[in-house]
Design a protein around this ligand. Structure first.
Ligand code: NAD
Length: 524
């Protein structure tokens, strides 16, 4: 572990515009001691932040929301410069998502975090008052990816902060500047400097954060990194939320609207150039609609405007970097070599820039191809046919991932029946991806897609530890289950059990008589 951490010391990272290759800024990775110092400062500042009380913290969130709204274009353009996506997407899938997450917390955090009475059902413990108390963990570490560099860390941080935690964020090394913008906005809104801090750096900086004194970690990233993080966290029993990769299936049933479903498939596959954890990564279409669906998708894909995200006509931007492009290309080439048909795209777009690739539609893909099994994370829509609903469910579930899925049908009840059969954290009927923007909805996966939840009520619950408080209302009374037992106690207890749980009334009455003796028992 020590060697792992020592590597951090003097590395520099560059923030690069993926559309142009322009270096936006050089930054120095936070060293192990800088990470530890940031966490120590957060720890020291957290108590006062917690003591401020929830109403004042909600007021800070409201101020943050106003400031973000005022700077919406500035922030959206900063996201586009560093992550490549069209400004329209930066506004809808990043800024809007965060504004609405703030709205959810402003409206609901007080109600969801306040103490909750827990009435007792057990007769033995009726004379006690139970209370569920939600306490902040202390310092929450957040490690985030580059694909949604603003909405992912911001939604997680807002929930952690409103619950009274301090936060130390380690953003992706590819999108440090957006994280620093988030930091400025939060500080300007009234979050104290040490209560929200950003430590920039790569994986080694993230590792240093895990080994620091944080009390909880929320990680969003790939399955491989997630597994390494889970192993490191297990060593010190650090509680973690893991939001990992996906291979989301889209099932187009035989009664679906082909025009609507094909538009959804094209948007769901190409939004953020396919670099979305909830992307449509696999599309299965009923045989009867297969050819018209492919035709519609191909026609719509060919109309997409692929250009720099700052161009206001942009619909699909670049991939984040060459490494991602290479993985993506390998998947497409593997699918081609194994017999899939390329109906649109299928090649790089060097005239636009080194990281651009034409949005690609592939037909006749199979589960033998990497493109249907591994996370591809690029602008491709692979489509296969199925014969009936059972086969569609089987194909959808034939994956190590379980993040989200969608079912397309004109019959809502049928769609919901199918949704119950799909192994995924979220299943949408007649929409894709937008669940991430529903602030009330829990976000998270099953199988290799991770554990725990962010967003909504369940995401907020992850930011607190639950304390059960129990107050006895008869402080002058010894409890009947204490010593001394004496020779009759077992029989009296047997009667007490009969009184409550025996099948027949007579048995219950006899039990009551036997149990009554317990009240006269001599006790230590
Ligand atoms: P990644 O796993 O490479 O990196 C994620 C973060 O982890 C980065 O900040 C990185 O610096 C850090 N990191 C890397 N190695 C580390 C280590 N050993 N210890 C601690 N931190 C380490 O992922 P990425 O390429 O940035 O993001 C893309 C992946 O994220 C995709 O798999 C995508 O599906 C997934 N993702 C999931 C969700 C979700 O909500 N489930 C959302 C967005 C992205």
């Amino acid at each position: 572990m020590a060697t792992d951490l020592q590597v951090v010391a003097v590395r520099r990272i560059s923030s690069v515009n993926p559309a142009t290759g322009e270096v936006l800024r050089e930054l120095e990775s936070a060293s192990v001691s800088e990470v530890q110092a940031a966490v120590a400062r957060a720890e020291a500042a957290q108590t006062a932040w917690c003591d401020l009380g929830i109403s004042k913290r909600i007021a800070v969130l409201r101020e943050f929301q106003c400031r973000l709204h005022e700077k919406k274009i500035e922030i959206a353009e900063a996201i586009t410069r560093e992550a490549g996506k069209p400004v329209a997407e930066a506004l809808t899938t990043e800024v809007l998502v965060v504004l609405d997450a703030a709205r959810f917390l402003i409206d609901n955090a007080y109600r969801l975090l306040r103490d909750e009475p827990l009435p007792h059902g057990n007769l033995v413990t009726k004379l006690k008052r139970g209370l569920l108390v939600r306490e902040p963990h202390g310092v929450v570490g957040i490690i985030s990816p580059w694909n949604y560099p603003f909405s992912i860390p911001a939604t997680e941080a807002l929930a952690a902060l409103v619950a009274g935690n301090a936060v130390v964020l380690k953003p992706s090394e590819f999108t440090s500047l957006v994280a620093l913008d988030l930091e400025s906005l939060l500080h300007a809104a009234g979050v104290p400097g040490n209560v929200f801090q950003v430590v920039v750096g790569d994986g080694a900086t993230g590792a240093a954060l895990i080994h620091s004194h944080i009390n909880k970690l929320v990680f969003t990233g790939s399955v491989g990194t997630g597994k390494r993080i889970a192993a490191a966290a297990a060593e010190r029993l650090l509680p973690v939320v893991l939001e990992l990769g996906g291979k989301d299936p889209m099932l187009v049933l035989d009664d679906a609207d082909v025009d609507v479903a094909s538009s959804a498939a094209v948007w769901g596959a190409f939004v953020n150039a396919g670099q979305t954890c909830l992307s449509v990564e696999r599309c299965y279409v009923h045989r009867s609609l297969y050819e018209p669906f492919l035709e519609a998708c191909t026609e719509k894909t060919k109309k997409l405007i692929v250009t720099h995200g700052l161009d206001h006509n942009a619909e699909v931007g670049p991939l984040i970097h060459q490494r991602q492009l290479t993985i993506f290309e390998e998947h497409v080439e593997d699918a081609k070599a194994r017999g899939s048909r390329v109906l649109a795209g299928g090649s790089r777009y060097p005239e636009m820039g080194a990281n651009f690739y034409h949005p690609t539609v592939l037909a006749d893909v199979t589960h033998e191809m990497r493109i249907m099994r591994e996370e591809t994370f690029g602008p491709v829509l692979p489509v296969a046919a199925f014969e009936d609903d059972d086969e569609a469910v089987k194909l959808a579930n034939d994956s190590e991932f379980g993040l989200a899925a969608s079912v397309w049908t004109r019959d809502r009840a049928r769609g919901e029946r199918m949704a119950r059969r799909i192994q995924a954290g979220t299943v949408m009927v007649n929409d894709v991806v937008s669940c991430f923007g529903i602030s009330e909805a829990p976000h998270g996966g099953m199988k290799s897609s991770g554990m725990g939840r962010t967003h909504g009520r369940f995401g907020l619950e992850e930011m607190v530890r639950l304390k059960y408080m129990d107050t006895d209302l008869m402080p002058g009374m010894k409890k009947v289950w204490w010593y001394e037992y004496g020779s009759n106690f077992a029989r009296q207890m047997e009667g007490f059990l009969d009184m409550q749980f025996a099948r027949r009334l007579g048995e219950r009455l006899r039990g009551t008589l036997r149990a009554a003796g317990v009240l006269k028992r001599k006790q230590l």
